[in-house]
Write a protein that binds this ligand. Structure first.
Ligand code: NIG
Ligand code: FE
Length: 395
């Protein structure tokens, strides 16, 4: 679709840029879109003419959600494991191997259909950018095809060959790490932007994680890490040491972990800034204590929210659900949660062109069926996304 587009009559515009408060709010505003980018933001009454017009009818308009952590390439589900957890079983991550078996047995088309279905589901809930990880293949061929399929739906693709040690390597984890750092990385890297490791007891220790992440960096990939989800450990500090864009989960943090994250914070979000990405869908679905978001925010750490969408620990694609959880269960203010779900996610992906609605940004935006962003947490479980635009194109 070419030509300019004006979204006007916006009751409350979240720009995450210039405006009132941390969300940069403007009232009675309009946004002009040209060539997929925000060209102008200002008072609706003084909006320039455009080829087409969308009347927001007084509703709230926000940047689209940036979901910086999702595992969409898999087959089967683990509903029975969820039911067992709700009956008292703990989550250990051991079920990942169940999904690996199903994923290896699936055809490319089956995997592709699942990725597309979940990506479309997320889009309907306002997610305009979604990171997608591999990690349920765990052979050279299955990781490469997982990433090839992921890359059809996102430019933010992540090689997670180090999700768990697969059963056939159970008694020789060093050999598996060698495979991941060698032929698997070589096959995966052309389709991936990031490398990730599940650094946790029962998955990969700090030494293995360092070897894999350093190899990924040498192959040109950016670093992210699953760290400190199920217990304390060295993952967060390893991520900081390697200049990770994001350390994800952060449920069990020491004072030294928090201090290490604070040490990376730069006000402009550039350089070697490491974001703490919190994934409250995982604590919800594993009935675990939530991460202490207040401790991180009060210390000055940049916080992002993401879904962790996967068939085991968090089978939700809904960023509005995560915003509501963060507000109700993690004592984030609604403004902090919306910031973390938009520009926070962008920073976790080291992107400056998304998560904001300021001139020059991509015109990725959502129109709510509500007068304010507050309703995302205030009206949990209600489908409040009236319209989604990516690059200024209605979806
Ligand atoms: O981020 N923690 C490791 N990976 C996923 C869970 C994957 C699974 O249980 O299938 C997570 O929670
Ligand atoms: Fe995850």
């Amino acid at each position: 679709m070419s030509g300019s587009l004006l979204v006007d009559n916006i009751g409350e515009l979240v720009t995450n840029g210039i405006g009132e408060g941390p969300l940069g709010i403007r009232r009675d505003a309009a946004v002009l879109v040209e060539e997929g980018r925000v060209a102008w933001v200002g008072p609706s009454a003084h909006a320039p003419a455009a080829d087409r017009r969308v009347d927001a009818e007084g509703a709230a308009v926000l940047p689209g959600f940036v979901d910086s952590h999702a595992h969409l390439v898999f087959a089967g589900d683990r509903a029975a494991e969820f039911a067992a957890r709700m009956a008292g079983q703990p989550y250990t991550g051991g079920g990942i191997r169940t999904t690996v078996g199903a994923t290896r047995a699936a055809s490319d088309d089956e995997l592709r259909a699942t990725v597309r279905r979940l990506r479309a589901e997320a889009l309907r809930q306002g997610t305009t950018t979604m990171e997608i990880k591999s990690g349920y293949g765990l052979t050279v061929a299955d990781e490469a095809r997982s990433l090839r399929i992921a890359a059809e739906s996102s430019t933010e693709t992540t090689f997670l060959g180090a999700h768990v040690v697969p059963a056939e390597y159970a008694d020789r984890p060093d050999d598996y790490v060698e495979l991941v750092c060698g032929p698997m990385l070589t096959a995966a890297a052309p389709h991936a932007k990031w490398v990730d490791v599940f650094c946790e007891r029962g998955a990969f220790d700090v030494d293995h994680a360092r070897a894999i992440l350093v190899s990924g960096q040498a192959a040109g990939l950016g670093v992210r890490i699953h760290a400190n989800q199920l217990g304390p450990g060295g993952g967060v500090q390893l991520g900081v040491e390697l200049g990770a864009a994001s350390v994800d989960h952060c449920t069990h943090l020491s004072d030294a972990d928090v201090a290490a994250l604070v040490g990376t914070a730069h006000s402009d979000g550039s350089g070697t800034h490491t974001v703490a990405t919190l994934l409250p869908g995982a604590e919800f679905s594993t009935r675990s204590p939530y991460p202490d978001a207040r401790r991180l925010l009060d210390a000055g750490v940049t916080v992002a929210l993401a879904t962790d969408c996967n068939p085991g620990s968090s089978y939700t694609s809904s960023m509005p659900f995560c915003v509501a959880l963060a507000v109700r269960e993690m004592r984030m203010t609604p403004a902090e949660a919306v910031w973390a779900a938009t520009v926070g996610g962008a920073r976790a992906l080291r992107r400056t062109d998304i998560g904001v609605l300021t001139p020059g940004a991509r015109a990725d935006l959502i129109v709510l069926d509500a007068p304010s962003y507050l309703h995302l947490a205030y009206r949990p479980g209600v489908p409040l996304i009236r319209q989604v635009m990516r690059n200024g194109v209605p979806q």
